[in-house]
Design a protein around this ligand. Structure first.
Ligand code: AMP
Length: 221
């Protein structure tokens, strides 16, 4: 069973690593944000509430999130493992998540903490460029990920854009919030002995190799 969780500050490479794990292990990537965005399109009381909450940037009520997570994890495709993304966001959610997993006969698996210093993150944030069409991610501040032409995608030729929150001011707010909110979650998983600290400043392939070795090792336990 390969149950995986990533904890990482903004622009630490969480999305890239999650995608690589999905490709290699063929397990579903369960993102609470994605599930909620789908629900927000529904013309129902729940759909309207979720749309309003997402738009305001607040967190959706815990009872709703717990129910969605439990329903999703019950599905057949989660039997051989999954990546959980965007959840838990608070210590309270982490404790509830342990209960949900217990009920479903699942375990927490591996929790990967991608560690990167603030200066490196700032550099990544300001250099990040995303393709409007195929959503590929580039970085003009990183040799490994620089697009061949600064404003267009290497894969499909689409226009590259910068996310509106990828600026220093927004980053500092998001980073501060990340540290405040996730510190207790990190301690929680450290106490459980399931937390793996990964140096996220290494090249993408090296980071993945480290993660991959831990996943393989955990399967033999
Ligand atoms: P994300 O795509 O992870 O940035 O999530 C987008 C939005 O979905 C957040 O701003 C929240 O409004 C909501 N959301 C996602 N995950 C959770 C969660 N674990 N608890 C409550 N709200 C969430």
């Amino acid at each position: 069973m390969k149950n995986i969780m990533f904890i990482a500050p903004p622009a630490a490479g969480k999305g890239t690593q999650a995608e690589m794990v999905v490709m290699k292990y063929e397990i579903p990537h369960i993102s609470t944000g994605d599930i909620l965005r789908e629900i927000s399109k529904e013309d129902s009381e729940l759909g309207n509430y979720v749309l309003e909450t997402l738009t305001s940037g607040r967190l959706v009520k815990d009872e709703i999130t717990y129910q969605l997570i439990e329903e999703r994890l019950k599905k057949e495709d989660c039997k051989n493992g999954f990546i959980i993304d965007g959840f838990p966001r608070t210590l309270e959610q982490a404790i509830k998540y342990d209960e949900i997993l217990n009920r479903l006969g699942q375990n927490i698996g591996c929790v990967f903490l991608l560690e990167i210093d603030e200066k490196t993150l700032e550099k990544r944030i300001t250099g990040r460029r995303i393709c409007e069409d195929c959503k590929s991610v580039f970085n003009i501040n990183e040799e490994e990920r620089t697009p061949q032409i600064e404003s267009s995608c290497d894969y499909c030729g689409g226009r590259l854009y910068q996310r509106s929150d990828d600026n220093i001011e927004a980053f500092q707010t998001r980073y501060k919030m990340y540290l405040e909110k996730t510190e207790p979650i990190i301690k929680h998983y450290e106490n459980m002995g399931v937390l793996y600290r990964i140096d996220g400043t290494k090249p993408i392939g090296r980071v993945f190799h480290e993660i991959d070795c831990i996943i393989k090792g955990s399967e033999n336990k």
